[in-house]
Design a protein around this ligand. Sequence first.
Ligand code: HEC
Length: 152
Amino acid sequence: MNLDEGKPGGRDTEAFKHFKQTGKNKYIGDKSCLRNGESLYLTSCSGCHGHLAEGKVGPGLNDNYWTYPSNTTDVGLFSTIWGGANGMMGPHNEDLNPDEALQIITWIRHLYTGPVQDAVWLNAEQKKNYKPYKEGKHFSKDEKGQCKPLEQ
Ligand code: HEC
């Protein structure tokens, strides 16, 4: 994973620095980041993975089956987004900067509908509060949190 390449920006945010040090994504569950993550996901990913990450040309990302089990960690998922996988799953570091990739990860984790014990990206507290995603729930542009509204 080479961070010298790819879309500029998003490398010195608090959350990305934290992610580099700890492998933990501070945006998980933050409504302001979910709002951005949904929009970024719909632009870059849903055409192949489906609106709800239910799978299309690309595999589903909302269940507990992973071709590459490394994607159950946010570090693994980040590296798939940044560097790509096989075939049509190319690298996405030209359309997303690292901080935006963290926001997409936040949205993908939010779309999860599988068993909570397999959601290894959640901590104990988050597992306790886990509710499977229900279609149609969106977050408004006024949500306060760590993520500023995306520039249009
Ligand atoms: C042009 C179609 C296409 C786009 C756009 C695309 N993907 Fe994929 N994706 C695929 C295909 C096809 C695979 C299966 C490749 C493989 O198995 O190596 C895949 C595989 C994956 C996997 C591995 C899943 C597993 O079960 O381990 C992840 C994670 C993933 N994509 C995330 C994303 C994200 C996030 C985006 C948006 C930033 C995205 N993809 C955009 C087609 C696409």
